[in-house]
Design a binder for this molecule. Structure first.
Ligand SMILES: [Mg+2]
Length: 161
């Protein structure tokens, strides 16, 4: 059975707070992939042997950012997280507008797959997720902070790793 993390990006792998810490330009860390947060995610992926299913709107584009021409963001994330490209297990579908959009898209992905094992949702905005999926498998980050060590541990516990 496959262990799955439904991954949001903005407010999870980047955050305004991370910009101030920086070894990189603010723009990149605000809208990009904060290396420290990528590493935290990578620890979960490796220890839980989890696949990543991208639920973020980032799934709708491939390129990383204007300041990193030619890079694919998934490649950058895999590199910074220390995970293989094969850790990306897919994207949630894009459904027509629904009241609880992201939760419905995650639910549709789950329904489409047999044999999904433990799973968790990692997101900073859960108002359209919890009404569909309940709170039990959701790890919410603070959008001002992004992924923290505490949330890494919560994810590991949820995934039984
Ligand atoms: Mg977000």
């Amino acid at each position: 059975m496959e262990t799955i993390i439904f991954l949001d990006v903005d407010g999870v792998l980047n955050a305004p707070a991370s910009a101030a810490r920086g070894d990189r330009p603010d723009d990149e860390r605000l809208y990009g992939l904060d290396p420290a947060k990528c590493r935290l995610l990578g620890e979960v992926v490796r220890r839980a042997r989890a696949g990543l299913v991208v639920s973020s709107c980032w799934r709708k584009f491939e390129d990383y950012a204007p300041w990193a021409p030619g890079r694919k963001w998934r490649e950058v994330l895999a590199e910074r997280a220390g995970i293989p490209a094969a850790a990306f297990a897919g994207d949630t579908p894009s459904l027509p507008a629904t009241p609880f959009q992201r939760g419905s898209e995650i639910e549709a992905w789950l329904v489409s797959r047999a044999g999904v094992g433990p799973w968790a949702v990692l997101d900073d905005e859960v108002g359209d997720i919890v009404p569909v999926l309940g709170p039990g498998r959701v790890v919410k980050t603070d959008p001002g902070e992004g992924l923290t060590a505490g949330e890494r541990d919560a994810l590991l516990a949820l995934l039984g790793a």
